[in-house]
Design a binder for this molecule. Structure first.
Ligand SMILES: N=CN[C@@H](CCC(=O)O)C(=O)O
Length: 338
């Protein structure tokens, strides 16, 4: 269920300072969930931000839980950036979050040792898919660009589905990720959002940017290689370790591949070095390279949404919450820059 935020909710997160205006003081909000599409249409904001604090898809994919806390960290950090000529709060409508606490409770009640455990979790993920897709559809059909903070990468499926319905056509996606998330159609989880979207014809062309060569199976590579006109990828090792390809050149290669129709922009934080996530890595793109990616694709006319997912800061660790919040807030504001 969509949980809207009031001005008071946002103000409680903002450190107001005399003589300065914080980004959060300028963002738009909504006061009712009625007629969302009409309300979005009336808004002057180009972007609509919402969170998906859940990690059920990650659990269903045998991953390390914890992605529920990224949204809280991101929102606080974003609202406290400065509002200025570069960084304009009025361009963003902060909607709220999809509240899946009931599903999270159900997931926590399942017996991890039961042979049915992952199947039951997948069924909950399919419910999350429906709500994500419906909300994204409403935002996109009102002509706005959703910015979504997860949550697991399972939510790519709802994003692609909702955007395709809102645009009345299959869409393309560029995904900055160590993994393709193109696993088998074995029940929904965070490792198969793109394969399901492809199978259901919501996803036309898919470019994976920065795959880690050690973490995709032969089977997955074979599946990706089976669709050369619709699926392309480069690898982190090819770009950053062996220097076979330049980062900027690859940004343009990916854009040329996906720019023939609206495209989604996905960033899985497990591609960024030392960021707490289900598949945290000491070797990956830097925060600045992820920022370049968000900025580069955010500027494109066909950019239809931004999804930041899989960051999993420990909510009791202030330092982790601070670092992840700041990273996500940079990525959001880079994407929004003109
Ligand atoms: N979305 C992530 N997908 C990775 C899982 C990484 C992990 O959580 O360990 C995958 O399926 O391989």
């Amino acid at each position: 269920m969509l949980q809207l935020y009031t001005r008071a909710d946002l103000n409680a997160l903002i450190s107001i300072r005399a003589g300065e205006t914080k980004f959060g003081e300028r963002v738009e909000i909504l006061s009712s969930t009625k007629n969302l599409v009409a309300q979005f249409q009336q808004s002057n904001a180009k972007y609509v931000l919402f969170g998906i604090p859940e990690d059920i898809g990650i659990r269903a994919n045998h991953g390390k839980p914890g992605a529920t806390s990224a949204w809280k960290a991101a929102l606080k950090s974003l609202l406290n950036t400065q509002d200025n000529a570069f960084n304009k709060g009025k361009r963003l409508l902060v909607l709220g979050h999809l509240d899946f606490s009931e599903l999270l409770e159900r997931a926590a009640s399942f017996d991890e040792n039961s042979p049915e455990y992952h199947v039951l979790l997948s069924q909950l993920v399919a419910k999350i898919d429906e709500e994500v897709a419906y909300l994204v559809f409403q935002i996109v059909s009102a002509g706005k660009t959703p910015i979504i903070v997860g949550g697991g990468h399972n939510n790519a499926f709802g994003n692609i589905h909702g955007t395709a319905l809102g645009k009345n056509q299959a869409i393309n996606v560029v995904n900055l990720d160590a993994h393709s998330d193109f696993r088998s159609l074995e029940g929904r989880h965070s490792g198969n959002g793109f394969s399901y979207a492809f199978k259901k014809h919501f996803l036309d062309k898919y470019f994976i940017f920065g795959l880690h060569e050690n973490y995709s199976s032969k089977k997955v590579f074979k599946t990706l290689d089976n669709h050369p006109s619709r699926i392309r990828y480069n690898t982190f090792e090819g770009i950053k370790i062996r220097h076979e390809q330049g980062f900027s050149f690859q940004l343009n290669t990916a854009l040329n591949f996906i720019n023939d129709r609206p495209f989604g922009v996905e960033i899985d934080c497990d591609v960024i070095e030392n960021i707490p996530s289900s598949a945290m890595t000491p070797s990956g793109f830097t925060a600045n390279e992820a920022r370049m990616f968000a900025s580069f694709f955010g500027k494109q006319k066909n950019a239809a949404y931004l999804h930041l997912c899989e960051a999993a800061p420990n909510p009791t660790n202030e330092q982790e919450m601070y670092v992840v919040g700041k990273l996500l807030s940079y990525l959001i504001t880079d994407f929004m820059r003109k």
